[in-house]
Design a protein around this ligand. Structure first.
Ligand SMILES: Cc1ncc(COP(=O)(O)O)c(C=O)c1O
Length: 98
């Protein structure tokens, strides 16, 4: 089983041009992935800033991870989701900063 996981990790790392197979993490579902990625990036970059722009049409698992970070002192800047779901792509702030 471990051999299969390591082989899959190597193949995915090669496909994504990751620096190392050790950079590939498997999670149980999308919710866990969003939680890990959002909090990981936020905490890893906390010294560079604590403001996060977010599209209001994100999946609840994304929004709930961000609401957790807001309670930890991060500042959220919601934006309307435009074409392609890009924040602010409809022009203007749309959403309210908080
Ligand atoms: C962007 C995004 N994040 C998270 C999820 C939740 O995935 P899961 O049901 O695997 O936890 C979904 C499901 O549609 C999704 O679209």
């Amino acid at each position: 089983m471990r051999d299969a996981l390591n082989k899959a990790r190597e193949q995915i790392a090669a496909f994504l041009h990751a620096e190392s197979p050790e950079d590939i993490f498997f999670t149980s579902d999308g919710t866990e992935s969003a939680n890990l990625a959002i909090k990981g990036v936020a905490y890893a970059n906390q010294r560079r800033g604590n403001h996060i722009v977010v599209s209001e049409i994100e999946h609840p698992s994304v929004l709930q991870s961000l609401e957790f970070l807001e309670k930890q002192g991060f500042h959220l800047h919601p934006r309307e989701g435009g074409p392609g779901g890009l924040p602010g792509s409809r022009g203007g702030s749309g959403g309210r900063d908080r």
